[in-house]
Ligand binder design. Structure first.
Ligand code: B16
Ligand code: MG
Length: 219
């Protein structure tokens, strides 16, 4: 029986990818590093420190650990300042409707994001009220594709993985959901999330009705 839903944040509830891009771009420009939207796409769902690692690899740069952490912190300050521009108008189309529907139907709901800034993003969206549990980059140490963040959410919801549906837009996020034994809903193109149990192009299509139709024996 499916009793709960666990949502990734960036790319599922709202699109913070553009703000991450602008913050990484500001840092990269300052450092004289090459960074574009194609490289930014590789950072989808990836933790902050792993992200700077990908950007440095792209530029064939290596630095001492302390300096890497300082630069990632600098990017984060730029990013966090930019979060003030997020408003309740900035849900991805369909996301608020789904969260409202799940509340009405009495499902348990958790967040399962890699971001350490998720509470700020949820507050800006006025979305905190939709979640029983917040699991984010501060909750576990192993990031996706490890299943830890979703296992954390399920445990706090007092549900087993097979009782939960995970919504993810990142390849590593779908890997994490499957590794944990969750039912995975992929949001995005086949090349990225085609390995999910069911895939939709966007959140507008990923309604409770559609998900129930797909997993019909489990509801
Ligand atoms: P922070 P998600 C991820 O969010 C983003 O997709 C990824 O680009 C970012 O690096 C990561 O959060 C960490 O974010 O720097 O705020 O801790 O998709 O897991 O909700
Ligand atoms: Mg995501």
């Amino acid at each position: 029986m499916i009793k709960g839903f666990i949502f990734d944040l960036d790319g599922v509830i709202t699109d913070t990818a553009e703000l991450h891009f602008l913050a990484w771009k500001a840092l990269a420009d300052e450092m004289g590093w090459n960074f574009d939207r194609e490289v930014n796409e590789k950072l989808r769902g990836v933790s902050r420190l792993d992200s700077i690692g990908i950007i440095m690899d792209h530029n064939a740069v290596s630095l001492p650990e302390k300096e890497i952490v300082e630069l990632a912190t600098k990017k984060n300050e730029i990013y966090v300042a930019s979060l003030n521009q997020i408003t309740p108008e900035d849900y991805l189309p369909g996301a608020r409707e789904l969260l409202t529907h799940l509340r009405q139907e009495g499902f348990k709901v958790a967040l399962g994001s890699a971001s350490k800034n998720s509470t700020k993003v949820l507050a800006q969206l006025d979305a905190t009220k939709y979640f029983d549990v917040i699991g984010d980059g501060n909750s576990v140490s192993k990031s996706k594709p490890a299943p830890d963040i979703f296992l954390f959410g399920a445990e706090k919801l007092e549900l087993k993985p097979e009782e939960c549906v995970v919504y993810e837009d990142a390849e590593s996020g779908v890997d994490a959901a499957k590794a944990g034994g969750f039912h995975a809903v992929g949001i995005g193109p086949k090349e990225r999330v085609g390995h999910a149990d069911v895939r939709f192009d966007d959140m507008k299509q990923a309604t409770l009705f559609e998900v129930k139709s797909h997993f019909k024996d489990l509801f």
